[in-house]
Design a protein around this ligand. Sequence first.
Ligand code: ADP
Ligand code: MG
Length: 394
Amino acid sequence: MKKTIKDYQLENKKVIIRVDFNVPMKEGIITDDTRIKRAIPTIKYAIENGAKVILLSHLGKVKEESDLQKNDLYPVSIRLQELIEKEVFFSNKTRGKELEEKVSSLKKGEILLIQNTRYEDLIGKKESTCNEELAKYWASLGDIFINDAYGTCHRKHASNVGIANYLPSGIGFLVEEEINKIDGILEEDTHPFVVIMGGAKVHDKIKVIKNLIQKCDLLLIGGGMAYTFLAARNYPIGKSILDEESMEFCKEILNTEEAKIILPVDHLVSGSITSDKVSIKRICDTTELDMGFDIGPQTIQLFKEKLSSAKRVIINGPMGCFENPNYQEGTKEIYQYLTDNHIKTLVGGGDSAASVNQLSNPNKFYHISTGGGATLEYLEGTVLPGISVIDEKK
Ligand code: ADP
Ligand code: MG
């Protein structure tokens, strides 16, 4: 078990919290502040317990001079200030005297946000290569390090991994919740355990499939990735998305795990994604010009039957191109079935989380994991570097 922020005495301590403020921005305006909101419980806990809080986060990518202004964290400090209803100090510098003075003048309960950690990438990619000197320097600013940036836990950067090597460390509430929820559903001994996979490409998900197929009783495959599996079984797929390089993998796993894998039997097809001329076809009737964009009604029915006795479900990847109103039905119906029947369901993946927000009610799910890449790697069974580096409870 990893130490958490609750395992430390925070009174008058300089607590460095790595948060994920990598929010979407358009011309300096934050277009979605969910990530800032989600970081607040840990920050609040720290200030309520008398800490001097120092926040580190990355924002976007910094490769050249012109990326600096685009990825300025200052607007985030303003938004945080509004949300937390408390003054938030900001250091425009990621190192140096000005920053050090701001740190040493912090009083207990005060918050300082440091400029985008990736400003350190401009010369020599110090943040992204986990530069030792930079990690040591940042560590020298504080007494305790807390990692609450779940979305970057699969990356080994100076601000999340490097720094933890030089300070007593723990995880924040967000990271704690994510790993408890994912471990919880994976380790629970209830069956049938059904995994539903979808999305665009098989390639991104091969390791997830390999790991989860060993644990689950059934694997339902929809979305774009189904076509590579169907092609591997010699079904016609027309012009639907095909991930050629994953064909061999699909053939192999279909051979070894045949009994567990359920593929679509029909789909919604069209000549192009922009056309409104949509028809329902059985997979075996797919013509050369058809492109499949959603699972069809018979597949929805089949998947529901397979889910009817499920005790727990992990779903990763939408069943169709849900961004287009013509192709939302499959994803929506599956979500509805899961929530109506109170089936314990964990949703992972960036687009999957977005599809739940758009088509269903996130509160009706056991957990919506916000990690994207981090969650995928966690589901692959990988130990995330941002978590493994954290001190263990004694
Ligand atoms: P996640 O982010 O949840 O891991 P992915 O990134 O793997 O999910 O997949 C999401 C994308 O898959 C969506 O943008 C969706 O439009 C696309 N997709 C789903 N079904 C199809 C399909 N039949 N053809 C092409 N793209 C699809
Ligand atoms: Mg995605």
